[in-house]
Structure formats: C-alpha cells, structure tokens
Design a protein around this ligand. Structure first.
Ligand code: SF4
Ligand code: SF4
Length: 184
C-alpha cells in the first residue's frame, strides 16, 4: 500500500446542518433511507454543550467488514480506500454487524448493503470527496492520514470515552477527530 487516505473531522465548527450528508446522498444517488454519511448529535447537561460529529466509513486499517463478508465483496485499494463490489453483495448484513461505526447501510428494497467509497471516482479525477467540498464550515478535510495526524494529535481514547465512540483498537479507523470545544 503506497498511502492511506482518511478524513479529519473538526467538530469545533460543525453546527449540524447535514449538508455533507445530503451532498453525499446526491453525489452517490443512494436510495431512500440510505445515508452513507450521517451527522450525530450530542447533548450534554451544559446548555452550551451541544456538539455534532459527521462520520461515514473510516477506511480502516483492519476493516472488519472485509473480514466477515462471505461474498468477498470488500477490498482495500493501494491508497487505503475500502471499496465494495456492490454486484457481489448478497445482503446478509454481516458487514453492518461487524463494523464498529455502522458504516454500511442496508437497503431493504434492493436487498443489498452499500457504503462510502471515499468518492474514489472523484479522487481518481483529482477532485475532493463531495462531502469535504460541500461543508460550508470547512469541518471535513481529506488527505493522507499521516499528514492529517500531524495537524492534530490528541488522546483518541479520551475523545472516544467522551462521545461514546467505539474503541479505535477494534478496526484502526483512518479518522482524526478534533473535539468540540478544544482550544488547540
Ligand atoms: S456540512 Fe459541515 S457543518 Fe454541516 S453538518 Fe456536515 S460537517 Fe457539520
Ligand atoms: S468503518 Fe466499517 S465499513 Fe468502513 S472500513 Fe471500517 S469496518 Fe469497514
């Protein structure tokens, strides 16, 4: 693998508009009820404590989806993007159960599962992922994960505990999270 692409999510600027989610849906023409990128809302006792996190597939180093899929649907490209061969999907939903982030989404009409491919076709044309391009607040960034990690380093376990996110040691996701309210 020559590199590993990933996302940086700067929660400090996110106000939960869901433009990223809708841009993704539009770009990929996903069916009704299928959102590859979703925005979660957190509320705390502090009335100023509302926060949002936008997340899709994290193109993990150890993709649990790929491990469990009985139809050999998932593969990891040399740039680290985990892609799905949708034609091969048999709709068993094993990947949904295995993914710590619930990234794959099942469409009951088609009887198949699909997920974010990091806009691989756009990247191959030199464009940015649609969600990154669309965010009006510049919350989402994309790039080589080593470079993104240089921009922000924090105790990921502390962030996971605070926002009740899955333990990164399960799948080693390629995401950098800057928590809301962080002063760095
Ligand atoms: S578009 Fe940007 S500001 Fe709006 S919900 Fe998504 S990440 Fe947050
Ligand atoms: S986030 Fe889930 S679907 Fe995406 S690569 Fe990791 S385990 Fe697979």
């Amino acid at each position: 693998m020559v590199r590993q692409y990933g996302f940086l999510v700067d929660m400090r600027g996110c106000y939960g508009c869901k433009t990223c989610s809708m841009a993704c849906k539009s770009e990929n023409a996903t069916p009704t009820g299928v959102l590859w990128r979703r925005v979660r809302e957190f509320t705390f006792d502090d009335p100023n404590g509302m926060a949002f996190i936008s997340m899709s597939c994290n193109h993990c180093d150890d993709p649990q989806c790929m491990k469990v899929c009985p139809a050999d649907t998932y593969s990891k490209r040399p740039d680290g993007i985990v892609v799905q061969d949708h034609d091969k999907c048999i709709g068993c939903r094993m990947c949904i159960m295995a993914c710590p982030y619930n990234a794959p989404v099942f469409d009951p009409v088609e009887g198949k599962t699909s997920k974010c491919n990091l806009c691989a076709e756009r990247l191959d044309e030199g464009l940015k992922p649609r969600c990154v391009e669309s965010c009006p607040a510049g919350v989402l960034q994309f790039g080589d994960i080593d470079e993104l990690r240089k921009r922000y380093s924090a105790d990921l376990s502390r962030i996971e505990t605070h926002y009740k996110l899955p333990d990164h040691n399960i799948s080693h996701p390629n995401i950098v999270i800057i928590p809301a309210g962080d002063k760095e």
